[in-house]
Every structure is written in C-alpha cells, then in structure tokens.
Ligand binder design. Structure first.
Ligand code: NAP
Length: 478
C-alpha cells in the first residue's frame, strides 16, 4: 500500500484533522507500509486537550441512563464490526486473527460491563452521629466525574486495553484524550469511527497520534488533564509518575508472571493452558507465563508434554485463522531476546525448544535450569519465551515467584487445599489464580499489580471508582 493510499487523520471534537507531520506505519509481519499516521506536535495536542476540557460540562450533564445507552451503542457497533476490528488488530499488531477475534469479543464485554457500571455510581451514607460532635447531622458521599482523562495505551491489546480506559471514563462522565501506541493507532482510530456514530457529545472522546515522548508527555504535563491512566512498560510508567505532579495517575505495568505446578495434578489438563499462557500473542502479554516452577516428582513428564504441545503450534501470517504464532512487534525485539537467551545459556540454562528466528517469526522457546538473576527470569521478557525450572518444595516455588521486582498475577496448580491457601496468602502479587495460569483474566475482575507492576486497579467497577472524585455532603439539622 502506498504512503498516501491510507493517509489517516486524527479525531478531535467529532472531526477528522490533518497534522503537518505524518509517519509511515508498517505491518510487523510483512514489513509493508499499511498507513500514514499523523504525528501531532505539542501545540496540536494542547488544542485537543482544550477541546476535552471544554466538553467536560456537556459530559457531566449526561444522566446515568444516557451514559449507559452510549456504552450500549458502542457495544453494539463492535458486535456489528467484529471481523473488521479484529483484522485491523492483526494487521497492525501481528496478533494471530483467532486471538484478535477473541480480543474483540472481550472488548464487547468490556463496554457492556462499562454500560452496567454507569448505572451503579453510588456513594454511601455516613453515620455522622457516631461521633460525639456529629448529632443531628446527615452525611453522604457522591461520586463525581474527575474531568479530563489522558489515556495512554500499549500495542499488545490495542482495542481491549483502550476499552478498559474509554469504557469506565464514559461510565463515570469524564472526557477523554486517547494516545494509542505508535505501532497500533489504527484500532484507536477505528474506535473513533464507531464512537462518532453514537450519541456521545462531540469533544468528549478524542484520539491523538504520534510519539510517546511528544504526545504522551504533553498529556502528562498538562494542567487541564486531571488524571493519567497508563498501561505500558514499567520504565515509561515510572517516568510518568515522576512528571505528573499532583494529578491522579493509574499505572498498569509489566511483570514476569510465575506459576507453580504441584505433584499429583493432571498434567494433560494443565499443559494446553500453559501453552496458551506462554505463547499467545507471541508472549507479548503483561501476564504471559514467563516462569514455571514444577515439583520434581512431575517435572520430566511435564516438560516432555509441554515441549510436544509447543511443537504443534502453527507459525505464520497473522491474518490466517489457523496461525498460532506470528511476528513479534518489532525486529529489534528479536535481537533483544536472542541476547537475553545467550546470557541465560552462559549462566547455565538449556534451550529445549525454539530459541531462534524462522522467517521473521521468533519461535516459541522453552528454557530450563535458568538462574534467577538471568534477564529472561528477573526482567519482563515480553516474547514467546518460558522458563521451566525444577523445585523440590512449594515454599521454594513461592520464594522464586516472590523474588521479583514485579507482582501482577501468579498461578498455582495443586490438589492440596492447604497448599492453595498458603500460596494465596504468601504470593506477593495483585491476583492469585488457583488451578489456573497467571494469564487468566476476565474483564470485570479487579486487575492490577504490586511492586513495579503498577498502582490502581482496572476492571470496570474498580476503574470507574478510580476515575471519580468522592465528595462528602453534610447537612446540619441543629
Ligand atoms: P510502552 O513502550 O511503555 O508504551 C506504552 C505507551 O506509552 C505507548 O502509547 C507509548 O507511545 C507511550 N509512551 C512512550 N514514551 C512515553 C513518554 N515518555 N510519556 C508518555 N507516554 C509514553 O509499552 P508497550 O511496548 O506499548 O507495551 C508493552 C508493555 O505494556 C509491557 O511492559 C507490558 O507488560 C505492559 N502492559 C501492561 C498491562 C497491564 O494491564 N498491567 C497490559 C498490557 C501491557 P509510543 O508507542 O509512541 O512510544
């Protein structure tokens, strides 16, 4: 496709605008140019922020019924445009189509949950007279919109992770300026096309494209933006926290998610789940299964079955419905992970599957005997790479998982109820999955990490709460 064949505009105040600067967007799989994307300047972003700032009033006037209806309209539009939305994800992110369709199905649920949460925005009664000086006072809280939300999103779930910000922001009555990842702007612009067909007041939802350093930074530093909701890498998240001043910040960051496999479990059930957990979307998932700690009694059998199942994965074009694994988001990522694997091997690791590039696809890779200080273990690998290490006690597995700067989710497969309770109490993460992979997520559950995995929770009810201000009202009846 030629540079001008698919020249995109950005979306502000319900209109499509051109920017002076454009940049080519290429498919990570074929390297073909697929679109030309506006690269907004600071001035242009500031004008968009002004629009969102002005739109606060019309947004705040909407009733809960109206906000829920708008979110229902978005849900319906995704149902009607499911295939196109999925193909856009596959094209720009190289996500195999079957997983892109699954992402759109989750997006539909996310907006549906958001529409339901719009109707549940309640405060609480405060028992004022429980205090010595509280007699004859009547107190309650109300939740009000926070104002302008700056949403900065990553490439790996370009539609559903955007929905986790846009859905609750609308449910809570806020306005939004969305900055999608530079590799995946097409999904965000497609969302704008859909939202344009709804009753959302113009100016309440805007999309700005361009580099994180310019566009993202302008949002983070603006005095008119009341909250930044960011999903992305820990390094960028931490820099945002430092720059944001007093504005509210929610950070959904990375991890090196771990799993413990106890003895006496049914490995035939567990292995297919681990294959999905480790390799779906080429391992570019914040809760991708990165570290597996297997009790020695079942270690050899697990490894053999895991390697056999991994060999069955279909490698190829993301737009082919049979493909399981395709290209990573960028060629430089392949070079990074090859360096990391080399380092692990120098530290004593064995590569028992994959470990190399075929065509432009990094093969699903299994490493064993990996030292805890190798980068593939202690940092976020964000690639189709999984470690399988042997443990002799559950305590050892818990200690290994906790020996991390991150703490998003962890999993344990066990048939021993005491072991399950112990793990749920002792694992230092935001969510523990008993008898499941750490990669398990549905969209209404509270989701967010501890340590360098972030602050704040997503999941519609929880995100709506983060995106509102609680106001106290006290009536003096004395
Ligand atoms: P990233 O490089 O941190 O980018 C995320 C977003 O931040 C992009 O829109 C990026 O824009 C923008 N950005 C970059 N520099 C910025 C700056 N200085 N100021 C403001 N914004 C800036 O992350 P990614 O590679 O897209 O995504 C992968 C990461 O996201 C992984 O670490 C993964 O674990 C994490 N993640 C976390 C969750 C979760 O819910 N916890 C979910 C998914 C992904 P550009 O694209 O223009 O650079």
């Amino acid at each position: 496709m030629g540079k001008t064949a698919n020249q995109k505009k950005y979306y502000v105040a319900g209109e499509w605008q051109t920017s002076e600067k454009q940049a080519e967007l290429s498919s990570p799989f074929s390297n073909e140019v697929i679109a030309s994307i506006p690269q907004l300047s600071r001035d242009e972003v500031e004008k968009v922020i002004d629009v969102a700032f002005e739109a606060r009033e019309s947004m705040a006037k909407l009733t809960a019924y109206e906000r829920a209806q708008i979110l229902e309209q978005i849900t319906k539009l995704f149902i009607d445009n499911r295939q196109e939305a999925a193909e856009i994800i596959s094209l720009e992110a190289s996500k195999p189509l079957k997983f892109a369709l699954a992402e759109v199905d989750r997006t539909i649920e996310t907006y549906k949950f958001a529409s339901e949460e719009a109707k549940r925005l309640t405060g609480e009664m405060i028992p004022m007279d429980a205090a010595k000086n509280g007699a004859n006072r009547f107190g309650y809280t109300i939740l009000q919109p926070i104002g302008v939300i700056g949403a900065i999103t990553p490439f790996n779930f370009p539609q559903n992770l955007v929905a986790h910000k846009v859905g609750p922001a609308i449910a809570a009555g806020n306005t939004i300026v969305l900055k999608p990842a530079s590799q995946t702007p097409l999904s965000a612009l497609f969302l704008a096309e859909l939202i344009d067909q709804t009753d959302l007041p113009k100016g309440a939802f805007n999309v700005v494209t361009g580099s994180g350093g310019v566009v993202g930074d302008t949002l983070v530093e603006s005095n008119k933006v009341n909250m930044i909701t960011f999903t992305g890498s820990p390094a960028v998240g931490i820099s945002i926290q430092h720059k944001a001043g007093l504005k509210k910040v929610a950070l959904e960051l990375g991890s090196n998610a771990g799993l413990i496999i106890d003895k006496n479990v049914n490995l035939d059930d567990i292995v297919p789940k681990c294959v999905i957990g480790a390799f779906s979307n080429q391992g570019q998932v914040c809760i991708s299964l990165q570290r597996t700690y297997v009790m020695e009694e079942v270690y050899d059998e697990f490894l053999e079955k895991f390697m056999a199942a991994t060999k069955q994965l279909v490698i190829g074009n993301p737009l082919d419905i049979n493909t399981d694994i395709s290209a990573m988001i960028h060629e430089r990522e392949q070079h990074r992970v090859i360096d990391w694997i080399d380092e692990a091997v120098e530290n004593g690791a064995h590569v028992v599957a994959g470990g190399k590039v075929e065509g432009n696809v990094f093969l699903p890779t299994i490493l064993t005997n990996v030292s805890a200080d190798s980068k593939v273990s202690c940092q976020e690998v964000f690639a189709p790479i999984v470690i399988v290490n042997r443990i002799s006690t559950i305590e050892e597995g818990i200690a290994e998982i906790n020996n991390s700067n991150y703490g998003l989710q962890a999993g344990i497969f066990t048939n021993d109820i005491r072991t399950a309770f112990k793990a749920s109490k002792e694992l230092e993460v935001g969510g523990v999955m008993i008898n499941d992979i750490p990669t398990y997520r549905v969209d209404q559950m509270p989701y967010g990490g501890v340590k360098e995995s972030g602050t704040g929770k997503e999941g519609l009810k929880y995100a709506v709460n983060e995106m509102t201000e609680m106001k106290l009202v006290v009536w003096n009846q004395n």
